[in-house]
Ligand binder design. Structure first.
Ligand code: APR
Length: 339
């Protein structure tokens, strides 16, 4: 998964480089800066003394010493003064300059804390949104694994507006999963009716009631009736005029996994992987359900994860990094997959 949001102490993350939210002197401090200096050992300070400090928005690299990470990339985030002193530009530059240093050193993985969101007072939801958008843009044209390390839940704040509208959507649509043995006949009927409503017309059992027409023409459905997941995915990529790399990057999927799927028409993906491709292809809800069905899955209103996915599809927001930001905030699994 090119962008993973994880909850951990960054000094314990096994990445090629971890990023330090430092101050301009680079001579250590509190917060993540203090934790990194403590874990790396005194040699780090000796090397930092030779760097001559660092300007806000810039980045400098040192060895990792006693850390699991090979390198530490030190950057100085902006102090929040209300948003009128180029804070956003400077914070974006922190992420950009760290990522370009990592690329220059040909690193395969890098871990970021939420820069400036602690002592420097940057509003956590804005700091998070900036991190996700700069890292997401970078990953659309670069191969690297990026970890966004959240140290504690309070430092992970989704924007209040987004959080409340997703919560409202879940409240409106969530159906308690009735325990199987107590499900009343009417529920089953409802369930059956819903299921029937999902099928294209030609495959309805004879005695089934008339249903609304499926969105696609009958012969098109029949033509693609027995497509496997992989065949349907590759057909949709062609129909949408997308390239393979554009597709797996927008799905937050690793290149290696994509080539496995491309080379095996019977490949069975996990549900988050199947949904990640539906998001990458910007499928509507019916098309998403169709693609999921090829992998043996369905979206359920008894599942918060599925409702959050539905929310973003209905909103027409197919930014997989923003969707993962929301899934993480609701303690759900993320889209894409670890290889
Ligand atoms: N691992 C991961 N994240 C951490 C850790 C840790 N061990 N410790 C703190 N954090 C998180 C905080 O919860 C916050 O979300 O890192 C984020 C950044 O907080 P700070 O470390 O306070 O950094 P920042 O807000 O950029 O302020 C930098 O603080 O420590 C001093 O010397 C530093 O003067 C500089 C200023």
């Amino acid at each position: 998964m090119p962008l993973e949001i994880i909850r951990n102490d960054i000094t314990k993350v096994q990445a090629d480089a971890i990023v330090n939210a430092a101050n301009a002197t680079l001579l250590g401090g509190g917060g993540v800066d203090g934790a990194i200096h403590r874990a790396a050992g005194p040699e780090l300070l000796e090397e930092c003394k030779r760097l001559g400090g660092c300007e806000t928005g810039q980045a400098k690299i040192t060895k990792g010493y006693q850390l699991p990470a090979k390198y530490i990339i030190h950057t100085v985030g902006p102090i929040w003064h209300g948003g009128t002193s180029d804070e956003e530009l400077l914070l974006r530059n922190c992420y950009k300059n760290c990522l370009s240093l990592a690329k220059e050193y040909q690193l395969e993985s890098i871990a970021f804390p939420l820069i400036s969101s602690g002592a420097y007072g940057y509003p956590k939801d804005k700091a998070l949104q900036i991190a996700i958008s700069v890292i997401g843009d970078f990953l659309l044209s670069n191969e690297m694994t990026v970890y966004l390390v959240v140290y504690d839940k309070t430092s992970y704040v989704l924007s209040e507006k987004l959080f409340s509208s997703i919560t409202q959507y879940i409240d409106d649509k969530y159906i308690e999963e009735a325990p199987r043995d107590h499900r009343s006949r009417s529920d089953t009927t409802v369930q059956l009716r819903d299921t029937i409503l999902e099928f294209p017309e030609q495959s309805l059992p004879e005695q089934a009631p008339r249903v609304r027409k499926s969105k696609r023409s009958l012969d098109e459905v029949v033509k693609n009736m027995d497509e496997t997941f992989s065949q349907m995915l590759l057909r949709l990529i062609d129909e949408k005029g997308m390239t393979d790399s554009e597709t797996y990057k927008r799905a937050n999927i690793d290149r290696k996994l994509f080539s496995k799927i491309r080379n095996d028409i019977n490949y069975k993906p996990s549900k988050p992987t199947a949904i990640a491709f539906a998001i990458a292809l910007q499928l509507n809800l019916d098309e998403t359900k169709d693609l999921l069905r090829r992998a043996g899955f369905a979206l359920s209103h008894s599942c918060k994860f599925d409702l959050i996915i539905e929310y973003f599809i209905e909103e027409g927001n197919y930014n997989i990094f923003e969707i993962n930001e929301a899934l993480f905030a609701f303690d759900e699994n993320l889209l894409g997959v670890k290889v």
